[in-house]
Design a protein around this ligand. Structure first.
Ligand SMILES: Cc1cc2nc3c(=O)[nH]c(=O)nc-3n(C[C@H](O)[C@H](O)[C@H](O)COP(=O)(O)OP(=O)(O)OC[C@H]3O[C@@H](n4cnc5c(N)ncnc54)[C@H](O)[C@@H]3O)c2cc1C
Length: 305
């Protein structure tokens, strides 16, 4: 999981924290006296409702704190809705294709086996569509106040949430996750991100992935098993830098066998629309080359929200 920024607006522990007792009634937010636009107070407000947030919010609520969570998107965050979980469902399809092909001549005839992309994507949505409601119900049944909107700090201990008003807390947990980093080149508006990739109606014939990180590799290998021709560019000599070098080279070699081509020391210069194609200019050392693709995916680094 990503590192989580935790900020504590007040150092004094709340009564609930001191007693460590489960205090169901105290979970209701404290409402400041006075005006209708009163600020509501909590022991803890968690910004973002991904997996990091859900665990922390539930644990603190179970310990008796008054807790609120807020997200500007449907609850569930990246992992459940736009990352690990739907990705693993797509990957399962690719694994089945791969396993069948590897057994060719060993008792399995894999000739007609194929990924039906729209059906596979629809399958992922049978999971992701239910998650926000499930997560919200789970939090509410644990006494957590659930809020919706974009949150921003307007004071040391106060956040304003679009459409909900202002809220104060003794503690804030910033669990706002990450999104794809902007690549500053001409034509970058043509880039598709991993979220859009997982919702594509159809997989195009030629896909170019920018960046040799785990998102490019996983989606590249899935797309290749679904029949696309895949190319990946990476600025460095070695992709997947955080992973074991020997294993990475084996994966790269396996990629070549199944139609995933890797261009090392290659950086993106520009993307242009050319009819239905994208004309992608890349640079390897001092050599410039134009690649054609039907889809260009930003599979590289992400930055914190
Ligand atoms: C395609 C993909 C595949 C992945 N696969 C894996 C995998 O297989 N295994 C693995 O371990 N990790 C994987 N990851 C990484 C993993 O998804 C993240 O590390 C994890 O989801 C981070 O969880 P989080 O709770 O910190 O943040 P997130 O889940 O990103 O949640 C943050 C939430 O904060 C909300 N938010 C942001 N700003 C605000 C604001 N100002 N106000 C209100 N709400 C806000 C966002 O809308 C979001 O819902 C993958 C990531 C991607 C993109």
């Amino acid at each position: 999981m990503r590192a989580i920024a935790v900020s504590s607006a007040h150092s004094a522990p709340s009564p609930a924290r001191r007693s460590r007792k489960r205090v169901p009634i105290a979970r209701a937010p404290h409402v400041a006296e006075g005006g209708e636009m009163s600020t509501r107070n909590f022991d803890l407000i968690v910004l973002g409702v991904g997996m990091a947030a859900v665990n922390a919010a539930n644990k603190c609520a179970s310990a008796g704190w008054s807790v609120a969570v807020v997200d500007e998107l449907p609850y569930g965050g990246t992992c459940a809705l736009r990352g690990c979980d739907p990705k693993k469902m797509l990957r399962r399809g690719a694994e089945i294709i791969d396993a069948a092909r590897l057994m060719h001549g060993k008792g399995i005839e894999p000739n007609d086996i194929a990924i039906n992309w729209p059906d596979l994507v629809a399958f992922t949505q049978t999971f992701t569509d239910k998650m926000p409601g499930r997560i919200e119900n789970g939090l509410e049944s644990n006494g957590v106040t659930t809020l919706h909107g974009k949150a921003r700090f307007v004071g040391e201990d106060t956040v304003e949430i679009d459409g909900e008003g202002q809220f104060q807390a003794n503690h804030f947990l910033i669990a706002t996750g990450a999104k794809p980093r902007t690549i500053d080149v001409p034509g970058s508006e043509h880039l598709t991100d991993s979220t859009e990739f997982m919702r594509l109606d159809a997989l195009p014939e030629r896909i170019l992935f920018i960046g040799g990180g785990f998102i490019s590799f996983e989606f590249g290998h899935i797309a290749a098993r679904a029949g696309s021709e895949v190319c990946m560019i990476d600025r460095g000599e070695r992709p997947l830098k955080g992973f074991d070098a020997d294993l990475v080279e084996r994966l790269v070699a396996r990629g070549e066998e199944v139609g995933v081509q890797l261009r090392r020391r290659t950086s993106l210069k520009s993307i242009k629309k050319d009819g239905t194609d994208f004309l992608v200019t890349v640079e390897t050392g001092s050599e410039t080359k134009d690649l054609r693709a039907d889809l260009v995916v930003q599979g590289g680094p992400r930055r914190g929200n």
